[in-house]
Every structure is written in C-alpha cells, then in structure tokens.
Design a protein around this ligand. Sequence first.
Ligand code: CDP
Ligand code: CDP
Length: 223
Amino acid sequence: MKSIQIALDGPAAAGKSTIAKIVAEKLGYIYIDTGAMYRAITLKALNAGIDLASSERTGQLLRNTQIDLQPSEEGQLVFLDGKNVTEDIRSQAVTSAVSLIASHESVRERMVELQQQLASGRGVVMDGRDIGTHVLPNAELKVYMSATVEERARRRYEENTERGFDTPLADLQKEIAARDKMDSEREVSPLRQADDALYLDTTNLTIEQAAADILKLAEERLK
Ligand code: CDP
Ligand code: CDP
C-alpha cells in the first residue's frame, strides 16, 4: 500500500504534536517529535555544564550521544543514552535553553541526518520547525500550523495547570514569544513556512477539527 511523508511545522503550542500523534495513529504511521530530540541534547548539555553558546562543544557532545524515540501507550517515550528522559526534557530549564542549542549548525546537521534516517522509506508524520523546508523537502504533505500567541500561551497554561505547575500566563506568553523570535531569526534553517506548505490557523479549531483537516489532506494524497 502507498504511504506518504507528512511534515508539520510551526511555532510553539500550535498543536503540532497533538495533531501529529492522532494522524499517525489513524494512518498507522510512525510519529517523530523532532523537538524532543533537540530537548534531549539540551538536557545533556545542561547536565554536563558545557558552554551552551559553543556550536563546537554542543555538536561534539551530540556526536557522542544516543537519542531514541519509542512509541508507548502513554505517547512517545524519549531515551537519552538509554535513560528515559520523557518528563525531564519538558522542564523550564530545558525549555529556556533549547532554542540556543538548536541554533547551532553542528547540532542541526546531525539532527537532520538522524531524522532523515528515522523517516527513510516509511509512512511518517514528523513535527518540528524545519521539516518541510529541510528535513523532508519531498514530503507529499506539508502543513504549517499556527495560532495567535495569546491562544498558544493559554494552551500551555492549561497544560501546565494539569501537570501541577503554576507559571503565570504572562510569563508563558513571554517565553513563547521569545522562542518564536529566536527560532525564526536564527541563521541556520529558521522556522518558516515552506513554499509548498499549506497554512492552517488552529486558533479557533478544536483538536478534532484540526486533525480531521489534516487527515482529509493526507487521504487526498493517498488516492
Ligand atoms: O513543544 P514546543 O513547541 O514547546 O517545542 P518543541 O517542538 O519541543 O521544540 C523545542 C525547540 O526545539 C524549539 O523551540 C526549537 O528551538 C527547536 N526545534 C528546532 O529548532 N527544529 C525542530 N525541527 C524542532 C524543534
Ligand atoms: O506541538 P506543539 O507545541 O505545536 O503543540 P501541542 O503540544 O500539540 O499543543 C499544545 C496544547 O494545546 C496541548 O495541550 C493541546 O491539547 C492543546 N491544543 C488545543 O487546545 N487545541 C488545538 N487545536 C490544538 C492543541
């Protein structure tokens, strides 16, 4: 049976990973959360105490690192050098540092290589910032998802509240806006909509509506 590659890009809390998981499950494809990979190397760099601003040091660290993504009942599990770090990579410290680490060319080159290997020859839904532009330039379906920064901060706030964290909404909005700026202004493969990507504004869409929109587009390409 024919299978396709689906690239979902966009800024923080646009709904990429939530929708990607649903679409992958419905189509029986693998789901690859590339943000989790950048978060994992960031966690390692923070624990190692290396200079996060050094492209050379972080690139070298990544060459000696094993990052594995494994599907499970509760969602995707992330392993860093064999240790389950699924929760640890969502910490505030990692979130604050990840865009700096992700701006280094040495880090991005290796990540793109790993991501292309993971996706090779199979049906895949991959979400991130540069999937349609760099990682899977030939993906049959590319969608750039976004929503207003207010709505995205509100979503993260609700998510945090459920997990027992109480970061003020205004702080979350500032953090998201700062990360959007860094991700879209960096020199190496910045966050941007690929020329052949469709734009989906999820501000007023439920998760079910956004997933249905993307599934419909996927099914059209599978015909
Ligand atoms: O889930 P959230 O939107 O908070 O972020 P994420 O998808 O886990 O990505 C964390 C960070 O990794 C982003 O802010 C980017 O700096 C970086 N990233 C990237 O540069 N390229 C990707 N393909 C995926 C993530
Ligand atoms: O992966 P990304 O950072 O783009 O976003 P996400 O982690 O999938 O979504 C952030 C939060 O927004 C999650 O708690 C989703 O349940 C929620 N969400 C929503 O309320 N409405 C949507 N249309 C999409 C996501």
